[in-house]
Design a protein around this ligand. Sequence first.
Ligand code: PHB
Length: 399
Amino acid sequence: MRDSANTPVPRRGLVALAGAAVLAEALPPRPALAQGGPLRVGLMLPFSGTFAALGENIAAAFEMHLAERGGRMGGRPVQIIRLDDESNPANAVQNVNRLVSRDRAEALVGTVHSGVVMALVQAARERGVPLIIPNAGNVAATRELCSPTVFRTSFSNWQPAYGMGLALGKQGAKRAAWVTWDYAAGNEAGEGFRQGLAAGGGEVVRELKLPFPETNFQPLLAQIPGLSLDAVGSFFAGGGAVQFVREYAAAGLKERVPLCGSGFLTEGTLQAQGAAAEGIRTALHYGDGLDNPKNTAFRRAFRERANRDADVYAVQGYDAAQLLGIGLDAVRGDISAEKELTRAMRGARVDSPRGAFTLSPSHNPVQNIYLREARSGENRVVGVAAEALADPGTGCRMS
Ligand code: PHB
């Protein structure tokens, strides 16, 4: 693995990583590995707060795949260390430091929130700890801050929103607003939506935002009727998405201006949203009714194990475990063999419940973005919004 003291951080990386800038000083060199003993994998995820259910499903599915492999990867038993990051960027550097230095994690899996993930990316870049991102879509992680040791099994924030904008434009929408939390995920998804909609012949005429994780939606909703819109596009997720969809309907907007968005708006939330979600169209790299044997087996096993239905977060966690397993099998558990490990991961074809995927040169999934419609508690796939969509990977130079 690389020595942090000898690895310069490119200037553009320092700018984008302002929130995690103190990490290099905060982290002492990586401790020696205990080869042969259990392999310690740090699972840094939100287990509390608005994204708690997302973190729980990622962790449960990761552990499910590990159990399917008899608890071993590359012949070594795997020990999982869970850490609740609360989706709080202010504590992110300290939390990563705990996992790497105190708990001596040899591989990292995390996280959900696009701001928090930057501290994990920094650790992977500076110290060569392999990182698999099982959700957070921060585009920088697989664009200008891409790295041989950083992989993603989820999406870039651009991908689903681009698909949604494109589908909406093709349906004839000319004027749309974008409503979201004002942080990396909401803003980058907004950029994808704007580009997709423009490619389909429409335009985003207004952005309405509030700070993460606030839920005081009323001042934003009050502006919508006066904007002569054909549609409202949106990024919210978890508990915030439940509340937003309910309040959108309660304000009488649902029948007047169709609501759509990145699929997280209705993912894992439909039961709590009830009738307020009925008919909402979203775009995502997963959906209900995807008919392939892997998905059928995965959904059955997850329900049996967790006593709830799988969703995209579970899929991403499961695939993070699959990808790590592929890498560790290739090096027979010797995680210090960085080149061979990352070569195997980079070239992997992951047999995902979403359908098999490969990784783009910047280590982000190349995948179909499905158009879905919420019907009777399911996000039914009704079409393909963008086929085999790769994030542009702009600015990625693998060192
Ligand atoms: C993110 O912060 O990148 C994020 C969070 C929750 C989601 C999707 C993306 O459901």
